[in-house]
Design a binder for this molecule. Structure first.
Ligand SMILES: Nc1ncnc2c1ncn2[C@@H]1O[C@H](COP(=O)(O)OP(=O)(O)O)[C@@H](O)[C@H]1O
Ligand SMILES: O=P(O)(O)O[C@H]1O[C@H](CO)[C@@H](O[C@H]2O[C@H](CO)[C@@H](O)[C@H](O)[C@H]2O)[C@H](O)[C@H]1O
Length: 488
């Protein structure tokens, strides 16, 4: 018998807790969450004071044992209220107040066995769980297995709804991934990977919506969802919140970022891979355009697009002063885009009508996986995490993803010592060639749009790095200088 099978707990009927009980429970956990939450890699509100917690839903996936060592599994959706960063300690970037909703999976035990010490959150000292120890449930193989068991049997449990596309094997040993993630992922028996979304929003999450649509088109460039779960009804308001997606795990694959850095370090050529990535992106774009509505962008919409980019530039320059000297130079690119729809850009894009469709939205080398047989897959269709869900789900020119990948080759070349701009240029060119082979349209033909998206992405990266990895800020800043017409 496998280890997981021997420790597996078949799901007992759990239950949603009534709102008053959920509120008491979350209030009793608040002191522990206050300390623990900001330390989590996936917590998006780092550096801003937490002013309160509010229970959205609380569900016992497994009720804690009244006595004895058996663990309980609590599923919580919690609203985390945070103040704006006060101006005085604002650096690097001021952020307005928020009340984001987070998904928590908590284990509850009387005592914590030594192998779970690292997962400990703390001992509850008030309310219904007084004296119990709560911990991060995904570290506990027994509880991670219970979650898979829930996904194996579709149906509702209080506000939670579990669905699956195919039969799922049981008894697979779970392993929590430890990398730098915006969410949390558990690999089951090297066969499946479950992504638990942490900051959750009402409305279809593109990380489920797009892979499902691609699966419907028979597109094999994206792992097809095997099962998923959502919060519905009172818990999620009128629109469901996507909470987790189970996919096939691509064993022994390597992500494009690691492979590119490894190749650079060895002085190797990456153009064949870049071309193959271009073709893979093209396949995904064609399938998305076939599966979901597309729209045309005429002069007015193109001008709006340029205006939005310009607005993001201004907002970012306010937040990151290092950008200010480049604003005028960068703006010329957005102005050219605004004129291009009416044929006044001077680049041959006379009165161009651009097709817009659903796209990946945050495509970079780290979102690509190469399997041992040399095939590329794209993952993580959530879009840019900082943008609102409605914006992420909008139809957009496919060239946006192309621009994202072009930026990524630039990042890889900058990351490597000595800096190798020629390496980046060769990859960028090969990627566009591959994309043109796959779609029949060369993204470089609409140079104004491509440059505008590359500029918009570099501006986004300036904000992203200022907030998350200030040491990396020079990487997008070097691109900003180039795109603003000033050589670094
Ligand atoms: N289907 C898959 N097969 C193999 N590894 C995967 C798969 N999906 C994701 N991963 C791994 O998990 C990591 C995190 O996944 P990702 O969807 O990017 O999560 P996040 O949004 O939290 O960053 C990826 O960088 C990759 O290494
Ligand atoms: O992977 P996520 O969806 O969390 O995307 C965010 O983080 C990315 C970094 O992990 C960030 O990407 C930037 O850095 C990459 C190298 O680490 C580089 O390849 C990308 O081109 C660059 O944009 C991404 O922007 C952000 O949304």
């Amino acid at each position: 018998m496998s280890k997981a099978a021997s420790t597996r707990s078949s799901p007992r009927p759990g239950a949603a807790l009534p709102p008053a009980t959920a509120a008491t429970l979350v209030a009793s956990l608040a002191p522990l969450l206050h300390e623990w939450l900001p330390r989590q890699r996936w917590f998006a509100g780092k550096g801003r004071p937490i002013t309160g917690f509010a229970a959205v839903t609380a569900t016992e996936l497994m009720p804690p044992a009244a006595s004895g060592p058996g663990p309980g599994l609590l599923h919580l959706l919690v609203r985390v209220e945070q103040r704006a960063t006060p101006d005085l300690d604002a650096p690097p970037v001021p952020v307005p107040p928020t009340d984001d909703c987070y998904q928590l999976l908590l284990g509850v035990r009387s005592t914590l066995p030594p192998h779970l010490t690292a997962a400990r959150i703390g001992i509850v000292d008030t309310g219904p769980l007084t004296g119990r120890v709560v911990y991060e449930a995904l570290h506990d193989p027994r509880l991670a297995d219970l979650l898979l068991e829930r996904l194996r049997s579709p149906g509702a449990l209080g506000p939670l709804r579990f669905d699956r596309a195919v039969e799922i094997r049981s008894g697979l040993v779970p392993r929590l991934l430890g990398g730098e993630q915006s969410n949390s992922s558990v690999v089951y028996g090297e066969e499946y990977i479950l992504k638990i979304l942490r900051r959750v929003f009402p409305g279809a999450n593109p990380d489920l919506e797009l892979p499902l649509a691609l699966a419907g088109q028979g597109c094999r460039r994206v792992p097809s969802p095997v099962a998923w779960f959502e919060a519905v009804g009172d818990g999620g308001g009128r629109e469901p919140l996507t909470l987790g997606v189970l996919q096939p795990y691509l064993q022994n694959s390597e992500d494009g970022w690691q492979l590119a850095l490894r190749t650079l370090a060895a002085g190797g050529d990456f153009t064949d891979e870049a071309r193959a990535l271009g073709r893979a992106t093209a396949e995904v774009h064609l399938a998305l355009a076939a599966a979901l509505p597309t729209v045309s962008l005429g002069p007015r919409q193109t001008a709006h697009l340029a205006e939005a980019m310009s607005g993001r530039l201004d907002a970012t320059a306010q937040a990151v002063p290092a950008l200010v000297p480049y604003v005028a130079g960068l703006r010329t690119t957005f102005d050219a885009l605004a004129r291009s729809g009416s044929g006044a850009a001077g680049d041959g894009s006379v009165g161009r009508i651009t097709r817009a469709q659903r796209v990946h939205g945050d495509l970079h080398l780290g979102q690509t996986l190469r399997t041992p047989d040399g095939e590329w897959s794209l993952i993580d269709f959530e879009g840019e995490p900082a943008r609102p869900l409605t914006e992420r789900r909008r139809s957009q020119p496919a060239v946006r993803d192309v621009a994202g990948m072009l930026r990524s080759f630039d990042y890889a070349a900058r990351f490597h010592e000595p800096w190798s701009p020629e390496w980046a240029e060769r990859c960028r060119s090969a990627y566009c060639d591959g994309y043109a082979e796959g779609t029949g349209t060369d993204p470089r033909e609409n140079g104004t749009l491509l440059r505008a998206y590359e500029t918009d992405k570099a501006v986004y990266e300036v904000l992203y790095e200022a907030r998350n990895r200030p040491d990396w800020l020079p990487v997008p800043m070097a691109a900003i200088q180039r795109l603003a017409g000033r050589r670094p």
